[in-house]
Design a protein around this ligand. Structure first.
Ligand code: ZN
Ligand code: ZN
Length: 80
């Protein structure tokens, strides 16, 4: 699988350029996983380290919605 993937990348370099650019954008615009929330992800849970919610939702939660680890601290992150 890995080999096929790598070969495709060299076969169509232009398309990959566009795709990786798009990918880059997506990486920096991840939306809060709370259903109905349209905020951009901006808080990381400690100690589990999950980056899945906006700071508004994160501060309201006692447990990480992803792994259910107790949230000891919410760290604000700036993705820009
Ligand atoms: Zn949210
Ligand atoms: Zn977690």
């Amino acid at each position: 699988f890995q080999f096929r993937n790598r070969r495709n990348m060299t076969d169509i370099p232009q398309e990959i350029d566009v795709l990786s650019e798009e990918n880059e954008k997506l990486r920096y615009q991840v939306f809060c996983k709370t259903s109905g929330c349209t905020e951009v992800v901006s808080a990381v849970y400690a100690p589990c380290g999950h980056l899945i919610n906006c700071s508004k939702c994160a501060n309201a939660l006692k447990y990480c919605p992803c792994c259910h680890t107790e949230v000891k601290k919410v760290i604000q992150v700036n993705l820009k």
